[in-house]
Design a protein around this ligand. Structure first.
Ligand SMILES: NC(=O)c1ccc[n+]([C@@H]2O[C@H](COP(=O)([O-])OP(=O)(O)OC[C@H]3O[C@@H](n4cnc5c(N)ncnc54)[C@H](OP(=O)(O)O)[C@@H]3O)[C@@H](O)[C@H]2O)c1
Length: 261
């Protein structure tokens, strides 16, 4: 998809991958709508976006709140007439242990990754179905959504859930004749953001936020269904899904896992 002169809604744009992507989109004469809870950070990001020549609206609120998703989409359409590209970045992945975590902790992590996505997806999809022009829903998922990962059970379950939900949405768009709406899942490996810097989860081959934004924008331009990066972890993930045995995956993953967490 072309990324110039578009209305682009980005959730989770106050920091990390979402922020870097919003700033990189700002140089393309876009109308950006950015969302997160920390209003002070959104204000700073929006000023940087305007400095680069794009328009920007920001909305501070909790994506766990269904009404907030509805509100942001309604306000975006009122201001800009529609949404061309929605990049859903909101998510958290704190270390977790499937043997000891409370149900409250597990459900919180899953809601923070799944519900925060659905609360925006539903009004965005409703809006895009009224549009005739090309548009895209893109979700920042993870390479970790393809298999079990020690220390990340609730996280990978939620990300895997969104991936399957969107695979289904893509089929149903085709079935019901919405050829103009594209669905994309974005699967980074490890990205060096403040959120994960000291979380104790091993992160071999980490890339920068800016590099991940470059990959994301390249994938949107190419309209790939699954944007998996960088090359080596993406290849290993593809092989894991198709070729490697559970025995090998478990051995490799446990070799990276701390003894106590
Ligand atoms: N870093 C990695 O290694 C990595 C790898 C693969 C995938 N990912 C995925 O990439 C995404 C971004 O991660 P990141 O590392 O860039 O972390 P981050 O800087 O913490 O970004 C998360 C963003 O989501 C927002 N957010 C979180 N919960 C929210 C809520 N309830 N309501 C509204 N906004 C909320 C945060 O803003 P506020 O706190 O201001 O609300 C922030 O802007 C996540 O979905 C993550 O799973 C990250």
């Amino acid at each position: 998809m072309n990324i110039d002169n578009k209305v682009i809604l980005i959730t989770g744009a106050s920091s990390g991958i979402g922020r870097a992507t919003a700033l990189m989109m700002a140089g393309h004469n876009n109308r950006l709508v950015i969302v997160a809870r920390r209003e002070n950070l959104l204000r700073e990001v929006s000023a940087k976006i305007r400095d680069q020549g794009s328009e920007c609206l920001y909305f501070a609120g909790d994506a766990m709140d269904e009404q907030f998703g509805e509100y942001v989409v309604r306000k975006t359409v009122e201001a800009y007439g529609g949404i061309d590209i929605a990049i859903m970045v909101v998510g958290i992945g704190p270390p977790s242990n499937t043997l000891t975590a409370s149900s409250e902790k597990i459900k919180f992590c899953m809601d923070a990754n799944f519900d925060t996505f659905i609360n925006f997806y539903v009004p965005i999809m409703r809006q895009m179905k009224t549009q005739k022009t090309e548009c895209m829903i893109s979700h920042v998922n993870s390479l970790a959504s393809f298999f079990g990962v020690p220390m990340q059970g609730d996280y990978v379950a939620a990300k895997g859930g969104v991936r399957l939900f969107l695979d289904t949405a893509r089929m149903e768009l085709k079935h019901f004749g919405y050829k103009n709406i594209h669905i994309q899942t974005i699967h980074p490996s490890f990205v060096d953001t403040e959120a994960v810097r000291n979380d104790g989860i091993p992160a071999p081959g980490e890339i920068s936020e800016e590099k991940s934004a470059e990959y994301i924008i390249k994938g949107i331009k190419k309209n790939t269904k699954r944007n998996m990066f960088p090359f080596t972890p993406a290849l290993l993930t593809r092989l894991s899904v198709r070729v490697f045995t559970d025995w090998l995956i478990t051995k490799v993953e446990l070799s990276q896992t701390p003894k106590n967490y």
